[in-house]
Structures are given as structure tokens and as C-alpha cells.
Design a binder for this molecule. Structure first.
Ligand code: ADP
Ligand code: ZN
Ligand code: ZN
Length: 734
């Protein structure tokens, strides 16, 4: 007899699944979507089981409305992995599965390629591109150059703030036309590798490639190679035999690393379709990219974190580039770490996985040093670059002009006069991190958070970087009424102004989240930098990742003291990675690079280790410290955060949670609960925040303990007044 009840995981924040009656004319499948009534709404969910029994009386069950798929959303291993994720990260299954689907599928759309409406240049348009454009028609020219290399979808252009008036005007001139493109599944060509110049591999590269290519099945490899050592070349050589066998490759990159340059290296090398998945895609593009992996229309999929959960017809290898990057950890909803889940996925699919980095995460390095991962090393720079020289500038007692010391300004002048580019790092956007009354010391603070407003001069606003609230700049102290308000501290906006004054003859560009909000603007900025249009580059850590600027010969870190004395135990590791990555951005053989560090603590052990030795040295001493302090990777942490309008209530709740955890039968002397303590940001968006830190000596212990204690936590009488979340293996403790 056919099962009469379908168990469905729905995208609701409840830790359970729901039973529905299967009407005789419908044929749901496990892992496929159905639409079902839920309260007054209709929701799309995934069938997780077909059964004959329910805990509820059958007459209370509602029938399924429609069956949306005839094949499962995910192949078995991936469906299994998603269920594992839900368990491991303690996140409801329905929401976990919804997370792994493109928006259109979540909304119930058919799982088939959707037509793309694109604009492309006409022949007349191409000719006009040679001739050039009227100086006044700035937008029209911008549009034409945007379409120069490839057609662009209508939705993307709209998102990039091309107006329909511009599109219409240019269409009327006959320069562009609209096309509807039905993405097609192309057969892969016989010759997978394109006819391009390939560098002759050095010995370390050859060894790394051979180690992976000679071992079939699962294996996890850390490819540790200094910046510029030719890691990408190694990836390409590992992907080739996979494609030759007709299998597919998945390449994960950090959020900011996904530039046209990266994508082009893969596209140029292989004659197989390459799909790109990142947060900037529109819904149709995202669905098509997802389908191209599932239906094997793509040989290579390159994407950021979320691409990991894409189904593949025949996945043969996973590469995680810059595996130490913090953007691999999702900070809300399903708080998964894409690198860690990628390793699980590779194991489940029985394929190799390569974690590449110049500055591996301490967790990863630990796994390599203990033999759990294979350790492949590239110690020499490939090609033509040379290492940089590092300098510390002791700024104690020096006058800082918007954060710049006189010796630093002098060095900048020297590099600029030689015709080179200079890159300045300052990890604080806005004009200044606070606005203060000069008479009484009052500081403008966000009413909803335990934080000061950042002053943004360009937009004439004060913004809270924690809750996003903003208000017009005040001109009077709210405590004493004085109109003498002064800025405290330096942000990138202020630095930009100061540099325009100090170096009026050199063009400056600022790269941070404010200046690159518009889609495509980061890419065009990076191109302009590479073309030498700008001589001084100011950036937050956005600029430290994955970009190489050969004409930059000087890099300066303006304010590093915060990372040396942070309460987050990962701050030192983050700083060491930033420093090493940044140092790797600069210079080539003909133009060696210099790195300058402004600090009040030149003697700090961490700085000394980095400056006089290297990342590996730092990492080894940091690992020794972590071991002594019983911190990851030697123990496992979970951060339980709770918030509510009433501070006392949150604290009480966490006391009860702690008691619940400690009286659980699984609890033993290898388990530890710390807290409750106020969160580092004790109030955010009007809510008071407290936290517990939960520690175990093994992963499996953490799992067992949390799963066992959760029901009791949920039953605590005040639990429903409190918003609480679990962050398993948190990356950010702030
Ligand atoms: P990484 O990813 O490690 O920073 P890349 O793969 O980008 O390094 O390589 C840096 C540069 O060196 C690239 O221009 C690349 O083409 C070149 N390169 C890589 N391997 C070799 C090699 N064996 N011989 C010469 N040049 C190489
Ligand atoms: Zn706020
Ligand atoms: Zn005042």
C-alpha cells in the first residue's frame, strides 16, 4: 500500500516537521518540494519521509496542495549533508533546506532553466564604441562600456542603476538590442584544456599536483603557499584530470575574491562552461547557475559560501581558496562554516578537497600538523615577484594628521614621486568613529545600542554601525548645549580628505563598504586601480583579499593597536593573516615592496614574530598559547546568545540554561559553561544581550550534550520571552 502521510520540513523557525495527508491523485517524493497549507498561508516545503502513521489524529491533518518536483532537489549525499548541517549547527531542518535553495525554487517555481532577458550591443553600437560618445551623455557612455564585452541581463543593469530612460534612449539610437536567451546545455568538447600558454611547473607545484591526482577518493589537503607561489596554477592542474573524466569541479572563493580576473583564469584555461554563483546574482541568474551544476551544463562552478550547497550531477573535486577567510562562516540563520562543511561534503561524496591559503586558519593548520589533513607546501614565489621589506613606525608621542605620522607621509611621498602606487589600510569606515562635545565631553550615542554613532561627513549623517539607525548630524551638545562639537578618531572618509590636502597632485580612491555599495562599482574601481588611474588607495580589509596590484610598492597599516589588545582570542590570528596577506599584495621583482606599520607598541611580541619571522612561526606560537588556554582547536566552543527588552530577564534565563546544561546526564568534567556575561556589545537595537560560552573537548560531545539539553531549554518558562541562538564553533565573539 502507498504511504498516505507525507512528513514535510517547512521554512519556519520551529524545530519540527509537519504531517500532511497525501491525496490519491498526488505522488510526492522524498527530497522533492510540495506546497501545503500552513495556518492561513501556503508554504513550500521538502518531503523528508513518507509514512502511514502520524502522532496526530488523521482527521486533523490537512492534505498536500501540490507536488512540485518529480525528482529530488538534491542527490542523496547532499540531502544527507544538509540534514547533518541542521543537526550539527542546531538549526531547524526546514529552514536549513530552504537556505540551500535558490529563491525562485523556494517560492515554488519550476526547477527548469528560465529565459534571461539581456541587452547586447548591435553592430552600429560597436562602431559607436570606436568613435566615442558625447561628453554630456555620461550615463549612455557608461552603459555602452558596460556592454562592451558581453551581454548583461536587464535586471542586472537596473540593479546597477541604469535608468530605463537611458536604456530606451540608447535603444532608440539603434546601439543596443534586447535578446531573450534560453540557457542551453552544451556538450563538453573533446579537448578540455584550451590552447594557452602554461607556465612550467616548479618542483613544489608538481609534487602538490601529483599527490592529489594520484590518490582517488576522499582526501583533505592543505595547500599552504605564500602569496604569489602559484596556488591557482596548482588548482587548475588538479581540476584538469577531473574534467577529463567528465566530472565537475567546485571552487569556493571568499566574498570579495570573486572578481572577473579570477573567473577569467578558469574560463581561459578550459573549454567547459563555467558558472558563477555569488550574492550579486539576480533570482533568475541564480536559478540558472544552480541548475547548470545539477544538470551538468557547467564543468566548473565558482562561487562564494552559498555555492557549497549546490547539487552537482557528478562532482569530482572541491577547492576552497583562501580557506582562512572569515566570510566562509555565515553569521545568521544557519550559522555554518562553508570550509568545514565542504570537508564533510567531500568525505560524503568520496572526492578530494583542497584548502588553499598563504595564511591557513589555526584550526586547519592544526589538522595538517597532526596528520589529519595532508600538508602540501609552496614556499617560493612563482614568476617574478620578490618578498617585501617590513618596517615598524613607532608613533608614540608623534603628532598624527588624520591618523598619518610625519615619517609615514615622507615615505609615501618618496614612493609616489617614483611613480608608484601606495596602499593605506584603515579598518574603520566613515569620517570619525565618534562626535564629542569639546566643552563637557558628551558623546553622541545610539539610543538603541550600547555604542557611539559614527560620523559620516559625505552623507551628512550619524550612523550606528550596529543597528543601522541613522540621523542627521547634530550641531549642539545634548548635555550642555555647546555648539563646539569635535570629531574623535579617524575613519576612511577623513583620511581621504586629508590625503587630498596633503597630496593634491595624486588621485586618491577609497574602497570600503560605503564607497562600493552599488553593484559593479568595486569591479570598476579595481580595474581603474590596475590601470594606474589612482595613485593612493585607501581601503578597509576589503582590499586585503585576493587582489594583486603590481604597481603598489608601499603598503601601510595605520592603526593596528586595536588588534593587539582585543578581547576576542582570534584577533591576533586575524591580524597576522591580514598583515601577511597585505604584505603579499605589493611589489614585483622590478619594483620591490615595502610595508609600514604604525603602532604605539613596536615591542609587542606578535608584531615582532610577524616582522622578523613569518606566519608559520606566529602560528606555531599561537597554537601553543591556545593549547595552554584550552581554546580552539584544542577544545570546541558554542556561543549561546540571548536578548530581550529586559536585561534582568535575559540574565535569569541564561542562569537557568546554565543550570539545565550542567544537570544534563551527558555533562561531565570535560564540559564547561562560562557565564552568563553581558555580550561585548551589551545592548543592540534596543535589546539587552547576554551570552554563555559552552566548551567541550570533542565535537561529538558538544553535539550529544546540546541535542540532549535542548528540549529542556525550550521548556524553560521564560524561554518564549527571550530570543536566543546557538552559534556552533563561532568565529566572531564580539
Ligand atoms: P597565488 O594564487 O599563490 O597567489 P598565482 O597562482 O596567482 O599565485 O600565481 C602568481 C603568478 O605566478 C601568476 O601570474 C602565475 O601565472 C605565475 N605562475 C604560477 N606558477 C608559475 C610557474 N611555475 N612559473 C612561472 N610563473 C608561474
Ligand atoms: Zn544602534
Ligand atoms: Zn557638552
Amino acid at each position: 500500500m502507498r504511504p498516505s502521510i507525507a512528513r514535510v520540513a517547512l521554512p519556519v523557525p520551529l524545530d519540527k516537521q509537519f504531517d500532511y495527508v497525501v491525496p490519491p491523485h498526488l505522488f510526492p517524493i522524498i527530497g522533492g518540494r510540495v506546497s501545503v497549507p500552513f495556518g492561513r498561508q501556503t508554504l513550500v516545503g521538502i518531503v523528508t519521509a513518507l509514512v502511514n502513521e502520524s502522532d496526530f489524529p488523521r482527521e486533523q491533518l490537512k492534505p498536500i496542495k501540490a507536488v512540485l518536483d518529480t525528482q529530488p532537489m538534491w542527490p542523496d549525499p547532499l540531502f544527507g549533508l544538509l540534514q547533518w548541517c541542521s543537526q550539527f549547527y542546531q538549526h531547524p531542518l526546514g529552514d536549513t533546506l530552504a537556505n540551500a535553495m535558490p529563491t525562485l525554487l523556494r517560492k515554488g517555481k519550476e526547477a527548469n532553466f528560465a529565459a534571461l532577458r539581456e541587452w547586447r550591443l548591435t553592430e552600429i553600437g560597436r562602431n559607436q564604441l570606436m568613435v566615442g560618445f558625447d561628453k554630456r551623455a555620461v550615463q549612455q557612455a557608461r552603459l555602452m562600456y558596460r556592454l562592451e564585452n558581453e551581454p548583461v541581463s536587464h535586471q542586472t543593469l537596473v540593479e546597477e542603476e541604469f535608468s530605463s530612460a537611458t536604456l530606451k534612449a540608447v535603444e532608440k539610437k539603434g546601439w543596443i538590442e534586447m535578446q531573450e536567451r534560453q540557457p542551453k546545455i552544451k556538450a563538453w568538447p573533446k579537448h578540455i584544456e584550451a590552447d594557452v600558454d602554461k607556465p612550467k611547473l616548479n618542483q613544489e607545484q608538481a609534487v602538490a599536483i601529483a599527490s592529489v591526482n594520484s590518490q582517488p577518493g576522499f582526501g583533505c589537503y592543505l595547500l599552504q603557499g605564500v602569496t604569489g607561489s602559484g596556488k591557482t596554477e596548482v588548482y587548475l592542474n588538479m581540476i584538469k584530470p577531473v574534467l577529463d573524466k567528465g566530472r565537475q569541479a567546485l571552487v569556493l572563493v571568499p566574498e570579495i575574491g570573486l572578481t572577473p580576473q579570477t573567473i577569467n583564469r578558469f574560463k581561459r584555461r578550459f573549454n567547459v562552461p563555467v558558472s558563477v554563483i555569488h550574492s550579486g546574482l539576480n533570482d533568475t541568474e541564480r536559478l540558472n547557475a544552480w541548475l547548470s551544476a545539477r544538470d551538468k551544463a557547467a564543468g566548473i562552478v565558482i562561487g562564494t559560501r552559498s555555492a557549497l550547497l549546490t547539487p552537482f550531477a557528478d562532482l569530482g573535486i572541491i577547492i576552497v581558496d583562501e580557506e582562512h577567510d572569515a566570510s566562509y562562516k555565515q553569521q545568521d540563520s544557519l550559522r555554518y562554516h562553508a570550509r568545514d562543511v565542504a570537508v564533510m561534503r567531500a568525505a560524503k561524496e568520496n572526492i578530494p578537497i583542497i584548502l588553499g591559503s598563504a595564511t591557513p586558519a589555526l584550526e586547519t593548520l592544526h589538522n595538517a600538523l597532526t596528520g589529519k589533513y595532508h600538508h602540501l607546501q609552496l614556499t617560493q614565489r612563482a614568476g617574478l615577484s620578490t618578498p617585501t621589506t617590513n618596517h615598524v613606525l613607532d608613533v608614540k608621542g608623534l603628532y598624527l594628521e588624520s591618523g598619518l605620522s610625519a615619517p609615514l607621509i615622507a615615505q609615501m611621498r618618496r614612493h609616489l614621486q617614483a611613480g608608484n602606487q601606495v596602499l593605506l589600510f584603515l579598518n574603520r569606515r566613515g569620517f570619525s568613529p565618534a562626535l564629542m562635545c569639546h566643552e563637557c565631553g558628551w558623546i553622541a550615542d545610539c539610543q538603541r545600542c550600547d555604542a557611539y554613532y559614527t560620523y559620516h561627513q559625505n552623507s551628512h549623517e550619524m550612523r550606528c554601525h550596529h543597528c543601522g539607525s541613522q540621523r542627521p548630524v547634530i550641531h549642539q551638545c545634548q548635555s550642555c548645549g555647546s555648539t563646539h562639537l569635535v570629531t574623535v578618531g579617524v575613519g576612511t572618509e577623513q583620511l581621504e580628505n586629508q590625503l587630498a590636502e596633503l597630496f593634491p597632485e595624486y588621485k586618491t580612491i577609497r574602497i570600503d563598504r560605503d564607497s562600493t555599495r552599488r553593484k559593479g562599482s568595486l569591479e570598476s574601481a579595481l580595474t581603474a586601480i590596475r590601470n594606474g588611474e589612482y595613485k593612493i588607495l585607501i581601503g578597509t580589509q576589503m582590499l586585503a583579499k585576493g587582489h594583486h596590484f603590481p604597481d603598489v610598492t608601499m603598503v601601510a597599516l595605520l592603526d593596528v593597536d586595536g588588534s593587539l589588545y582585543s578581547s576576542d582570542f582570534r584577533a591576533a590570528e586575524r591580524f597576522a593573516q591580514l598583515f601577511t596577506q597585505v604584505a603579499g599584495r605589493a611589489g614585483r621583482a622590478s619594483k620591490p615592496g615595502e610595508v609600514y606599520l604604525q603602532t604605539h607598541h613596536p615591542e609587542h611580541a606578535l608584531l615582532q614574530a610577524l616582522l622578523t619571522k613569518d606566519y608559520n612561526h606566529f602560528a606555531q606560537s599561537a597554537l601553543a598559547e591556545r593549547k595552554l588556554a584550552m581554546l580552539p582547536p584544542y577544545t570546541f566552543l558554542t556561543l549561546l546568545r540571548a536578548e530581550a527588552n529586559n536585561s534582568q530577564q535575559v540574565e535569569d534565563f541564561l542562569r537557568q540554561v546554565r543550570h539545565t546544561l550542567e544537570s544534563n546526564p551527558i555533562f561531565d568534567d570535560t564540559c564547561l559553561v562560562l557565564g552568563p556575561t553581558p555580550a561585548p556589545l551589551a545592548k543592540r537595537a534596543g535589546k539587552f544581550r547576554w551570552q554563555l560560552l559552552i566548551q567541550t573537548q570533542t565535537r561529538s560531545m558538544m553535539q550529544k550534550w546540546l541535542i540532549s539539553a535542548r528540549p529542556a531549554i525550550n521548556m524553560l518558562p521564560i524561554a518564549n520571552k527571550i530570543r536566543w541562538t546557538l552559534d556552533i564553533e563561532p568565529q566572531d565573539l564580539s
